[in-house]
Design a protein around this ligand. Structure first.
Ligand code: ADP
Ligand code: ASP
Ligand code: MG
Length: 410
């Protein structure tokens, strides 16, 4: 087998952990497999580097921020290669450029355009281990770029595709994908198998266990992901194509995202073009709008409410206040204390009434729903963030997802 193994921040968080990680790689080589590794920076390191750049300047050029944060992964890649060599396994570290990761030029959120990984395959075939820095690449002008937070997952999947691996093993600090974040719900249940489609919803709705783009890429190239723990080497969760013969629950899991803010444009004339006049400038500023609700108009005037990532809240408010009068709106109001909760499951396609069941469960706990959006396989609500944990637990129980054997202390 040919395997790409990715180790996240906690798996390379200290010298001791890097030694453990090297042993995991060694075991795979001992089984006769060809292995390439992708590493994250030590846990906390990327945050530390970002904070340093902010301390230096609030307007640090994006190119330099990327040059700075990309160093975190170079440290762990070299250390792991050193340890593998100590164990008698020939190993070479490669940074994004050396590993052939080509990206576009959008600093801090670059997209991979290709991986020239043939030289890595040659090493793998000789049972030598390339250790590649995750999260980074190089743009057409030769600038260092990074792929967005959590981007090492995407590096790993892209490398697995480039070297035609059989599987991409993603090692982290949980032993699989759970029906919801196990940090919030103790009774979260481990999912042994999940389809790309559901995992994509999970990831994009806030389950930060895999970067969304990594799932997208794996789905497009049909690359199976095995998400598992580097602390406990038991089988984890397989993310792959849907198996149509499988019996499944209606709801697979509950995802949440605190990184939300809500903006309302009030008293805007209800006529063609109004929505474009709001979202055009917001999109031009590179801000991603998520849930959108437009009210029924009263006396020719309406309100439009939408959510943006919390980090873009201030900028969105400033922008809309500037164009408030040219949009003929009466007022702009905002709230950056909201959160999003979603129930997800491909089983929803064949089951009616999931949304109403969800609303009833929330109502029973006095949780007010501010906005709603649905797709074929998910229902999402926006609520006050103070009720977030309660909402996640309530829905987890209401949809029968609680693991009966887990302790009740959540
Ligand atoms: P790494 O540094 O290895 O990339 P991350 O912190 O990015 O690790 O992702 C693992 C974390 O994702 C877990 O510690 C867990 O708290 C969180 N998480 C959120 N939602 C889920 C979920 N549904 N299943 C498993 N883990 C989840
Ligand atoms: N080190 C980067 C981050 O913390 C990338 C990653 O860990 O996936 O976001
Ligand atoms: Mg991660």
């Amino acid at each position: 087998m040919r395997i790409v193994q990715k180790f996240g921040g906690t798996s390379v968080g200290s010298i001791e952990r890097i030694k453990k990680t090297a042993e995991i790689v060694q075991q795979e080589i001992a089984r006769g497999n060809e292995v390439a590794v992708v590493v994250s920076a030590m846990s906390g390191e990327t945050n530390r580097l970002i904070a340093m750049s902010k301390d230096m300047s609030a307007q640090a050029p994006a190119r330099e921020v990327d040059a700075l944060v990309a160093t975190g992964e170079q440290v762990t890649a070299a250390l792991l290669a050193i340890e593998l060599n100590r164990l008698g396994i020939k190993s070479y570290s490669f940074n994004g450029n050396q590993a052939g990761f080509r990206t576009d030029s959008s600093h801090s959120r670059a997209r991979i355009s290709g991986v020239e990984g043939d030289h890595l395959i040659k090493h793998m075939q000789r049972f030598e281990v390339p250790v590649v820095t995750g999260f980074q690449g190089i743009d057409p002008e030769g600038n260092i770029t990074t792929l967005g937070r959590g981007g090492s997952d995407t590096s790993a999947v892209a490398l697995a595709i480039a070297v035609q691996a059989d599987v991409c093993d993603i090692y982290t600090d949980v032993d699989g994908v759970y029906s919801t974040d196990p940090r919030i719900v103790r009774k979260a249940r481990k999912i042994n198998y999940i389809s790309y489609e559901e995992m994509l919803e999970f990831a994009s709705l806030g389950a930060k266990v895999l970067q969304t783009r990594s799932v997208e890429l794996a789905m497009n190239y049909n690359m199976p992901i095995h998400l598992r723990s580097s602390f406990d080497l038991i089988p984890g969760t397989i993310v792959s194509k849907e198996d149509p013969t499988m019996e499944r629950a209606t709801i697979t899991g509950v995802a949440y995202n605190r990184d939300e803010a809500k903006v309302t444009v009030q008293g805007i004339p209800d006529q063609p073009g109004i929505v474009a006049s709001i979202f055009g400038p917001v999109a031009d500023a590179g801000i991603n709008v998520d849930v959108i609700v437009q009210n029924v108009s009263e006396q020719g005037l309406t309100d439009v409410t939408f959510t943006v990532p919390r980090g873009d809240f201030e900028q969105t408010m400033t922008l809309l206040k500037e164009i408030c009068s040219s949009m003929h709106a009466s007022n702009i109001i905002g709230d950056d204390t909201v959160a999003k909760v979603s129930v997800i499951g491909v089983g929803m396609r064949s089951h009616a009434g999931i949304a109403s069941q969800m609303f009833a469960a929330l109502a029973k706990n006095n949780i007010n729903i501010q906005m709603i959006t649905t797709s074929e396989i998910k229902v999402t609500v926006v609520i006050d963030e103070n009720y977030l944990e309660l909402a996640v637990r309530t829905l987890h129980t209401a949809f029968g997802l609680d693991d009966a054997e887990a302790s009740d202390l959540s």
